[in-house]
Design a protein around this ligand. Structure first.
Ligand SMILES: Cc1cc2nc3c(=O)[nH]c(=O)nc-3n(C[C@H](O)[C@H](O)[C@H](O)COP(=O)(O)OP(=O)(O)OC[C@H]3O[C@@H](n4cnc5c(N)ncnc54)[C@H](O)[C@@H]3O)c2cc1C
Length: 430
């Protein structure tokens, strides 16, 4: 049986910068619960783990949580897939997969997020040959606006599938999700400090491909990348199985202890570094389950540009360092492989991600974002769907070439707009 909560405190997102417009939230425990709740309400929105920084998950009417639907439904060893209930978090799934000899291809910087919520916004990690987390999806079960249960898979209908995976929560309630898995693997994580910007500019492609996943943290000051995090597989099959770290990495020197991307925060919250091998799910994310990821009191923005423009894009943002500095906690640069998912920011584009973790000062940050967006404009930046941006809807729409097809899909799945909210109306339909 589902149950309804009426919170006495205002309901906010994870970082507390966004207050949802209703505090009425139903908690479903089964697909039947979901169907009943969907039929009961004219308008509603699914809330995942509340890690988005904008209004994408908001509803002025009613919210639905699948947090209690968090079990593994089926592990298919032969097909190498796992099917889970859509409220499951990566942090819940990964140890189970590993214990059964399997792994996912990629994780975000934190394991605390729901699988369905992450895939809905094309959440990503890093690696020139790694697609976003959504590229692991092979099938989904969706409860649509009329309470019907629909199965979507690449096998059955690749067109609908490619439109529905990165769905921005707009098509219906994802109740089950099937992910591609692979044999489990061990990884090591090595951190290097103070990479000179000149080395970075001259060797960007080599640096980005130096490991299975590479993250570069910079505060944009002093012409250097502060930290380079290289995550390598410790097996023979991946092609990057080096068993020791370089004494110098393009002028950067190895860290002598674990570090946090934000210098003044304890590295206790971070996954093990210093080249110590461990399971994939304890090295791919930067932050450990059970600990606060990142800083907590923060805002986030992120823009994606074609990887071929990486060096130039970083240079033009670097020129804004004096505007950025007063508001920034840290920036992270990552790469993501292209995909064919319509609303993915990586649609048809091998990409560079320019991420900003900001102090929680929206009046200040909202003045810097238009400058960053203007500087990146020649490279057609697409913003992260779950983070903060100021780009006008018309510009955003122009940059998603599959938006007309997605709108058609939306009209088919949800003609009355049951799952639409202000964010979707403004950015997709406005
Ligand atoms: C500390 C921190 C670190 C982060 N690191 C990264 C990172 O490394 N890479 C990255 O790309 N992003 C990152 N993010 C952003 C985050 O991964 C995304 O915002 C992601 O969408 C969060 O998932 P969620 O479940 O919390 O989503 P929510 O904010 O709860 O919801 C997001 C969207 O998904 C929809 N949704 C959720 N569940 C369902 C469902 N069952 N059916 C239909 N729709 C659903 C919601 O309606 C909404 O539209 C980070 C965020 C934080 C706070």
């Amino acid at each position: 049986m589902s149950h309804l909560d009426h919170s006495t405190n205002p309901l906010t997102n994870w970082s507390g910068n966004y207050q949802y417009s209703t505090d009425q939230i139903s908690h479903a425990r089964s697909v039947d619960d979901v169907r009943a709740i969907v039929k009961q309400h004219d308008r509603l929105k699914v809330l995942g783990t509340r890690h988005c920084f904008n209004g994408i998950a908001d509803s002025a009417h009613h919210l639905l949580s699948l947090g209690e639907m968090n079990r593994v439904v089926e592990l298919d060893r032969a097909e190498r897939t796992v099917t889970v209930e859509a409220g499951m978090k990566y942090g819940q799934l990964c140890p189970y997969l590993d214990a059964n000899g399997f792994a996912l291809h990629q994780l975000a910087s934190l394991p605390h997020i729901s699988i369905a919520g992450a895939c809905a916004t094309a959440t990503h990690g890093s690696g020139v040959t790694n697609g976003s987390l959504a590229t692991a999806v092979v099938a989904m079960e969706i409860v649509t606006a009329d309470g019907e249960v629909v199965q979507v898979s690449r096998e059955a209908d690749s067109r609908t599938f490619e439109g529905a995976v990165v769905n921005l929560g707009a098509l219906g309630v994802v109740t089950k999700i099937t992910l591609r898995i692979q044999p489990t693997f061990q990884m090591r994580q090595d951190v290097y400090l103070n990479l000179p910007m000149a080395e970075f500019e001259n060797h960007f492609e080599q640096i980005a491909a130096a490991g299975y996943s590479v993250s570069l943290f910079t505060d944009w000051q002093a012409d250097r990348i502060n930290q380079v995090w290289i995550k390598r597989r410790v097996d023979d099959s991946s092609g990057d199985s080096s068993s020791k770290s370089e004494p110098v990495f393009f002028g950067a020197t190895p860290a002598t202890r674990n570090v946090h991307p934000i210098g003044e925060i304890s590295a206790e919250n971070c996954t093990e570094q210093m080249g110590i091998p461990g399971p994939w799910y304890d090295r791919l994310p930067h932050f450990r389950m059970g600990f606060t990821p990142s800083s907590g009191k923060e805002l986030q923005s992120e823009y994606f540009v074609p990887r071929r423009h990486a060096v130039e894009a970083i240079r033009v943002v670097g020129e804004l360092r004096d505007h950025i500095r007063p508001h920034l906690l840290i920036s992270e640069l990552r790469t993501i492989d292209a995909d064919g998912l319509w609303m993915s920011p990586f649609y048809n584009r091998p990409s560079l991600a320019l991420h900003f973790t900001w102090k929680q000062d929206w009046p200040g940050v909202s003045k810097v974002l238009p400058m960053i967006e203007a500087a990146l404009a020649p490279f057609d930046p697409r913003p992260h769907w779950g983070k903060l941006f100021t780009m006008p809807p018309a510009q955003l729409q122009k940059r998603h070439e599959k938006l007309p097809e997605f709108k058609q899909l939306l009209m088919g799945f949800d003609p009355q707009g049951k799952f639409r909210n202000d964010f979707l109306v403004n950015y997709l339909l406005g």
